[in-house]
Write a protein that binds this ligand. Structure first.
Ligand code: FES
Ligand code: FES
Length: 158
């Protein structure tokens, strides 16, 4: 099998690695690039644990071919914090106990960040719609929705 070089931007940094033919972006990010923040939940587009943004739009990285991100901008949950400074969504998830096992959390955070970037003041229905593709087996969703709304409504920690 011939590997292909893929150059792209990951969380603001230029990266390059070799992708196998047919390799998913999820597998490429985790095994090829070493970003373990996108999670393998189902591998077939059903759970949202692998959610990333590509050029600002959310995608399920298990369904995206690694080669297709050449020259594009990929963002993952690993890029949400700025050094020791967490994204307000990460603070709010902690404050609202919005994670238990935490397996869904990176995908939830990426979906929520993408929502707030395009719509800084979403209402509850818009928050629910934005995370509708992200399944959580633990929290029952209310703490997650509350955390996102806290940031949207300016009630989160500064
Ligand atoms: S691992 Fe991609 S949607 Fe479940
Ligand atoms: S916190 Fe466990 S799946 Fe969401």
């Amino acid at each position: 099998m011939t590997k292909s070089p893929v150059g792209f931007t990951l969380n603001g940094s230029q990266r390059a690695a070799f992708a196998d033919p047919g390799q998913s972006l999820l597998d490429f990010l985790r095994r090829g690039v070493g970003d373990l923040s996108p999670k393998f939940g189902c591998g077939q587009g059903a759970c949202g644990a692998c959610t990333v943004t590509i050029d600002g739009a959310t995608h399920l990285s298990c369904l995206v071919l690694a080669e297709s991100v050449a020259g594009r901008e990929v963002r993952t949950a690993a890029g949400l914090a700025d050094g020791a400074s967490l994204d307000p969504l990460q603070e709010a998830f902690m404050d609202h106990f919005a994670a238990q096992c935490g397996y869904c959390t990176p995908g939830m955070l990426v979906s929520a960040r993408a929502l707030l970037d395009r719509n800084p003041r979403p209402d509850r229905a818009e928050v629910i719609e934005a995370i509708s593709g992200n399944l959580c087996r633990c929290t029952g969703y209310e703490p997650i929705i509350a955390a996102i709304l806290a940031v949207a409504e300016g009630r989160a920690r500064a």
